[in-house]
Design a protein around this ligand. Structure first.
Ligand code: UT7
Length: 346
């Protein structure tokens, strides 16, 4: 899905994030399940993750913090926002949408919004969705947020999943630019393997009952080995596909921004793309897999390194299955205090 209009692209013009303070380290997990630091580090690359805790805070709290930071760094007030898309699999409630809570928390009185469910590909799907509204002129300023309180659906007695996930939120602001921004995206979905990574309970198929709770159906279930096999090939394939479709060589790609599920999957993808380690954004060691938040968290962590015009490939693979890759050119220099996107192009 290429953006054929060179005159109005959707560009990322600010980034924000939220990380809970509480850390859950590998040695903490050693006390909870039969595991060890060495296994977790060598199999996944994770050293620690953040946990939001149980004091009444949920996904909308983290999403609001990340969104507010993105607005503050851009120097905009919430009334400038036209639309809010929240990618999450851990909404505060099944309804109303988390986006409505974020809208209210921010005081974004001119915005509409909704949640988008695509598991670990959620941010990428939401970016494409938000970008469509900017490119067509239906919206001028869109908040795209990836936020998940994974600790609310992780079974801390299951060592195969509890070592993987953490809580966090990341947000980007999309605005129109006449040159830089989202260039091309390829998305895929394949529901055939839905059972390999899912949460069976709580929806209309298995509404909550004592039985569903007793059977741990309100927690994530993953066949890690099978998901790994799909992820490692599909993520590399789609990145090569987006490079070929846009005539890109590895020199044209300054950074790969991959979903952070497993360092081995990321390494294999970078290898297929011919990218050196220094071109790969990697922070899984500090945050684990934060589902929809991984990609904007990377953008936040690397924002000072990014220069205007840099070519980025964002990629994700997750439950569904869902996967994809986006090629974009970086539009703003957040490290430069003089930076300002001319609002006249909007
Ligand atoms: O983000 C959404 C998409 N998700 C992914 O991309 C995740 C993809 N999957 C993975 O990242 C990996 O499959 C895992 C990290 C989940 C697991 O790594 P693996 O190398 O595939 O391990 P495995 O499942 O094949 O298990 C190897 C062994 C097993 O023991 P046996 O059968 O060989 O005796 C497991 O029981 O490791 C055992 N094991 C553990 N040992 C210590 C499983 N979990 C643990 C653990 N600590 N936490």
């Amino acid at each position: 899905m290429s953006n054929s209009s060179d005159s109005r692209r959707a560009a990322i013009t600010s980034v924000g994030h939220y990380l809970p303070e509480q850390r859950l380290t590998n040695s903490d997990l050693e006390e909870m399940v039969e595991t060890n630091d060495e296994w977790i580090r060598t199999r996944t690359g994770i050293r620690e993750r953040r946990i939001l805790g149980d004091d009444g805070k949920a996904t909308s709290f983290m999403a609001t913090k990340a969104a507010q930071e993105a607005l503050d760094r851009r120097g905009l007030t919430a009334d400038a926002v036209d639309m809010i898309v929240v990618a999450t699999v851990t909404p505060d409630m099944l309804f109303p949408a988390t986006a409505c809570m974020v809208q209210d928390n921010l005081g974004a009185s001119n915005a509409w919004g909704f949640d988008l469910s695509a598991a670990c590909s959620g941010f990428l799907y939401a970016l494409t969705t938000g970008a469509q509204f900017v490119e067509t002129g239906q919206a001028e300023t869109v908040l795209v947020i990836g936020a998940d309180k994974m600790s609310s659906i992780v079974d801390y007695t299951d060592r195969t999943t509890c070592i993987l996930f953490g809580d966090a939120a990341g947000a980007v602001l999309l605005e129109a630019d006449d040159e830089k921004g989202l260039v091309d995206t390829i998305h895929h979905a394949d529901g055939e393997h839905k059972d390999l990574l899912c949460m069976e309970g709580g929806g209309s198929l298995n509404p909550p009952t004592h039985e569903t709770v007793d059977k741990h159906m309100h927690y994530i279930h993953q066949d890690g080995r099978q998901v790994f096999k799909f992820a490692v090939t599909r993520m590399a394939d789609v990145c090569v596909e987006v490079m070929e479709q846009n005539d890109l060589t590895n020199d044209d790609v300054q950074y790969l921004v991959p979903h952070q599920a497993n360092k081995r999957i990321i390494d294999a993808t970078a290898n297929r793309m011919g990218l050196a380690d220094e071109k790969v954004m990697l922070n899984i060691d500090r945050y684990g897999n934060t589902t929809a938040a991984t990609i904007p968290l990377c953008l936040f962590d690397w924002e000072e390194e990014l220069e205007v015009g840099d070519g980025l490939i964002l990629t994700a693979f997750g439950g569904g299955f869902t996967w994809g890759a986006s090629y974009l050119t970086w539009a703003y220099d957040g490290a430069d205090p003089q930076w300002d996107l001319p609002r006249s192009v909007l």
